[in-house]
Design a protein around this ligand. Structure first.
Ligand code: AP5
Length: 213
């Protein structure tokens, strides 16, 4: 079954595209960030371990993330496609996927500038229970500040404060180059770079075009 990794900066649109792909192609959307946020919301042990790192824009330790991803992979049925969103983020995580023998069909790199990231993340609104994501300008809810499906209030994610966004970006830039280089070197024909500064429906069309090849 189809397996895709979405790479890209915070706010590049990984979650948005993964959601659309999961619905269109009936794939499982494995978002490490969303799993951690749900764990925090539910006050689980994992949530307690991850909260401080997430709130301050740092990476959650590799051993926690790797266990989480292994567990999720085991849960996914063999006949279901899989989209990795927010994983892998460094070479140790890349290595884990490789060692698990997960064969990836496409590595799609959503490229944006830092200015686009700031603009998107400061305007993002989030529905904690469902993980639904909006943007005040590019994807607004029907009623300002409220989730379209439940009518519950939307929030600003704790790590979407501008100072935290800058820290997340700097960590991203520190790790991203080696992850990109690894995939470009090992899977040159499966690695695709997409200009993700265009509207999200157009990004989705491009991705769809690629994976239908
Ligand atoms: P995570 O949730 O993965 O955060 P991230 O990678 O920083 O990505 P974001 O969720 O911020 O953005 P996105 O690319 O999904 O963009 P979105 O589609 O929402 O991780 C959070 C934290 O968890 C990390 O900081 C770390 O602490 C921890 N963590 C997670 N994974 C980890 C790992 N593997 N290792 C260690 N720690 C880990 O879009 C953003 C906004 O833009 C939205 O408002 C959306 O509506 C809008 N938008 C999307 N596309 C477009 C478009 N084309 N045009 C205009 N607006 C758009």
């Amino acid at each position: 079954m189809l397996k895709i990794i979405l790479l890209g900066a915070p706010g590049s649109g990984k979650g948005t595209q993964a959601d659309l792909l999961a619905k269109r192609f009936s794939m499982y959307h494995l978002s490490t960030g969303e799993l951690l946020r749900q764990a925090i919301l539910n006050n689980t042990e994992l949530g307690l371990q991850a909260k401080m790192a997430i709130d301050s824009g740092q990476l959650v330790p590799n051993n926690i993330i790797i266990n989480l991803v292994k567990h999720q992979i085991m849960k996914v049925k063999d006949n279901c496609g899989l989209i990795f969103d927010g994983f892998p983020r460094n070479l140790l995580q890349v290595e884990m996927l490789d060692l698990e023998g997960i064969l990836i069909d496409w590595i799609i790199y959503l490229k944006v500038t830092d200015q686009v990231v700031i603009n998107r993340l400061t305007g993002r609104r989030y529905h904690p229970k469902s993980g639904r994501v909006y943007h005040i300008e590019y994807n607004p809810p029907k009623l300002t500040g409220l989730d379209d499906f439940t009518g519950e209030p939307l929030i600003v994610r704790s790590d979407d404060q501008e100072s935290v966004i800058r820290d997340r970006l700097s960590i991203y830039h520190k790790n991203n180059a080696e992850v990109i280089d690894w995939y470009k070197t090992h899977f040159p024909k499966k690695f695709v770079e997409i200009d993700a500064t265009i509207p999200f429906n157009q990004v989705f069309e491009e991705i769809t075009h690629i994976i239908k090849k």
